[in-house]
Design a protein around this ligand. Structure first.
Ligand SMILES: NC(=O)c1ccc[n+]([C@@H]2O[C@H](COP(=O)([O-])OP(=O)(O)OC[C@H]3O[C@@H](n4cnc5c(N)ncnc54)[C@H](OP(=O)(O)O)[C@@H]3O)[C@@H](O)[C@H]2O)c1
Length: 270
């Protein structure tokens, strides 16, 4: 179990999903987890439901917790940092999941030299299946963050200069899979299936394919080839996709996501 006390800032979708994972996997004791939100009722509700502690003010959170998990929206960071930088003391460290805000940006915002770990989880955290990438220079803080994110899925360490790429691939990734399932469902509906039946076909197929890919000892390309028999139905579909340059268009989409991540990061003033 983790010895450090964790303080969550922002009891929203991601922050609460991360703490729920920590509790479910018994990574830290509930009494070691504190939550603060600018809307006190939100923090109170989560603290009650999850059995963790509520910090009524940000000052209290900094007093109680050593590891501060920043999980508000990126645009809320400058005001939060300006109001609370005086409470940051040696012994504190930050774990930030704020998209597009670099480690240097966090340090600049608080104006303090404490360890920072930057993390990019994804929506899978809500079901314990996030792909989280972390980076950080301080080994102790990095190992603490890795433990923290193991609660809500898989964790990898990569250098910070890969974060725009990671944002495009796994950060935004769930939406691409939703879109593919949306397209499968839409086709089923247009061909006369009731929506719930079409949705079940699409989603369960996605779940099965993802689990097969995760358990396989060969790349996805090989799995695809194995289920694509010559002159079969799958081959007929894939041929049309190839002719229409589906792969090329998808690559362009990913490049656009990466460029957007870079642009947002460069535009951030913190
Ligand atoms: N969602 C994803 O898939 C995903 C993936 C990777 C990274 N992220 C990052 O995760 C972070 C959180 O995203 P989310 O979807 O969980 O957002 P969210 O549901 O809006 O949660 C953010 C929470 O922080 C609260 N908050 C705002 N300002 C605050 C302050 N000064 N002090 C304390 N709490 C404050 C918000 O309150 P109000 O609602 O009242 O403003 C809200 O409850 C973002 O920075 C995002 O970039 C998200």
């Amino acid at each position: 179990m983790m010895k450090q006390t964790i303080g969550l800032v922002g009891a929203g979708n991601m922050g609460t999903a991360i703490l729920e994972g920590v509790l479910k996997e018994r990574i830290a004791a509930p009494r070691k987890l504190w939550v603060y939100d600018k809307v006190a009722a939100k923090a109170k509700l989560f603290a009650r439901k999850a059995g963790v502690r509520q910090a009524v003010t940000a000052e209290e959170l900094f007093q109680r917790a050593e590891v501060i998990l920043l999980a508000m929206k990126p645009q809320d960071l400058p005001a939060f940092a300006a109001e609370n930088r005086e409470f940051v003391k040696p012994g504190h460290s930050f774990v930030s999941i704020l998209a597009g805000i670099s480690t240097a940006g966090i340090l600049r915002a608080f104006g303090k030299k404490v360890p920072v770990v930057r993390a990019m989880p994804n929506l899978g955290a809500k079901v314990g299946e996030s792909m989280t990438v972390v980076c950080g220079r301080d080994k102790k803080s990095l190992s603490c963050a890795v433990k923290l994110f193991f609660g809500c899925g898989k964790v990898l360490c990569l250098p910070e200069n890969r974060f725009d790429l990671v944002t495009a691939v796994s950060g935004s990734g769930p939406a691409y899979f939703f879109h593919l399932m949306e397209l499968l469902e839409g086709f089923g509906v247009r061909q006369g299936l009731p929506r719930e039946v079409a949705a079940a076909l699409a989603v369960q197929t996605g779940v099965g394919a993802a689990l097969l890919a995760r358990g396989a000892d060969v790349p996805c390309a090989v799995l695809r080839q194995r289920v694509t028999s010559k002159k079969g139905t799958t081959e007929a579909a894939l041929k049309v996709l190839k002719r229409g340059n589906f792969g090329g268009i998808f690559q362009r989409g990913l490049s656009a996501a990466m460029a957007r991540s870079r642009a947002l990061r460069q535009r951030k003033t913190v």
